[in-house]
Design a protein around this ligand. Structure first.
Ligand code: NAD
Ligand code: TYD
Length: 335
């Protein structure tokens, strides 16, 4: 039995990862470290999971992190924990540095001290910046982050790589495009559109609505992460993409159509400052080295996601009735 320590396991991608591993891999035990921020949903994971332990810890708290490593034998570390929303990073960047940069440094230091066998940093395509109409990001594209969120993720990537070169630590980095699927917090585009449409509420579309993202269903990302964790080469970066570029306007039209709601719900609002125009991923490296390819096409993935939100109304209504109301007001009332 190997033990994999995950940070951010109550978030969107982290909880999908844990559920997948505990179902598919009886040879891996999970330790989940999460500080239960606004973005966490502890109910994503059932009670009494086998081969599973949880610690409520902020990764910026190094002594608390050290204690977990002192008391457990840890083979792998996967760092999902982050402040993850670009719009929030524009309003309050400080916590992004605390968690995404300082937190990652703490985790690296403690993992190095305890000689973990693999350290996988979950990064993002946003560290590469913004594309024009042509081209894709490859692992060799220079980093050019343009939001406080992506700058904090790029800083973390640099620290991770520095531990490879300086201490010969077996680190890896995965950089993935925009995820969607079950358990995504409603502040992100796809759940926000589904939920607002179901509530017959306006859907805020930034700028001209023509910004492009490469969408990937979360389970494809999870499978890519597993492949890198087991078969990636230490010191390497691996891109993961969904091969599904779509304009925001197009994706909203698709969702409204599926829900039988009119496009008149869409309200074009003031653009996000520094809004990256287009992301697109060249992920031939992971395909060639590990045979990875996303299996969910965008229509299948979106249909599964829409159905999940339709069938899990309690999950998102609980979030809507909490602090999220305040954030939504600050974000959208003035636009
Ligand atoms: P999320 O916001 O849904 O979840 C983040 C989780 O981390 C939450 O459970 C939160 O409580 C926890 N957390 C936050 N700060 C913490 C701290 N200081 N200490 C301990 N726990 C803390 O995020 P997500 O969408 O699941 O993203 C997970 C990772 O994947 C992030 O590193 C993000 O940068 C990366 N990523 C996300 C996407 C995407 O489309 N969502 C795409 C590429 C990469
Ligand atoms: P988001 O889900 O925040 O992901 P990211 O900014 O990390 O790519 O946004 C996806 C796209 O949707 C992005 O181009 C911004 C746009 N967007 C809107 O137009 N309206 C919204 O209310 C939100 C949240 C995003």
């Amino acid at each position: 039995m190997k033990t994999c320590l995950i940070t951010g396991g109550f978030g969107f991608i982290g909880s999908n990862f844990i559920l997948y591993i505990l179902k598919e891999r009886k040879d891996i035990a999970i330790i989940n470290i999460d500080d239960i921020t606004y973005a966490a949903s502890p109910k994503n994971l059932p009670d009494n999971l086998a081969n599973y332990k949880f610690y409520k810890i902020n990764i910026a708290d190094k002594p608390a992190l050290s204690e977990v490593f002192d008391n457990n034998e840890i083979d792998y570390v996967v760092n999902f924990a982050a402040e993850s929303h670009v719009d929030r990073s524009i309003i309050s960047p400080g916590v992004f540095i605390k968690t995404n940069v300082e937190g990652t440094l703490n985790l690296l230091e403690v993992s190095l001290k305890h000689s973990v066998k693999r350290f996988l940093q979950i990064s993002t395509d946003e560290v590469y910046g913004s594309l024009g109409k042509e081209g894709k990001f490859s692992e060799k594209t220079p980093l050019s982050p343009r939001s406080p969120y992506s700058a904090s993720k790029a800083a973390a990537d640099m620290l991770v790589m520095s531990f490879f070169h300086t201490y010969d630590m077996p680190v890896l980095i995965s950089r993935c495009s925009n995820n969607y699927g079950p358990y995504q917090f409603p502040e992100k585009l796809i759940p926000l559109v589904v939920i607002n449409a179901l509530n017959n509420k306006n859907i805020p579309l930034y700028g001209d609505g023509k910004n492009i993202r490469d969408w990937i269903y979360v389970l494809d990302h999870v499978k890519g992460i597993c492949a890198i964790l087991e078969n990636g080469k230490a010191g390497e970066v691996y891109n993961i993409g969904g091969d599904s570029e779509m304009e925001n306007e197009e994706i909203i039209k698709y969702i409204l159509n599926k829900l039988g709601k009119p496009f008149s719900l869409v309200k074009y609002v003031k653009d996000r400052p520094g809004h990256d125009k287009r992301y697109a991923m060249d992920f031939t490296k992971i395909t060639k080295e590990m045979g990875f390819f996303p299996v969910y096409d965008i229509e299948k993935g979106l249909d599964l996601t829409i159905n999940w939100y339709l069938n899990n109304e309690n999950w998102w209504r609980e979030i809507l009735s909490g602090d999220y109301k305040k954030y939504y007001k600050i974000m959208y009332d003035h636009r």
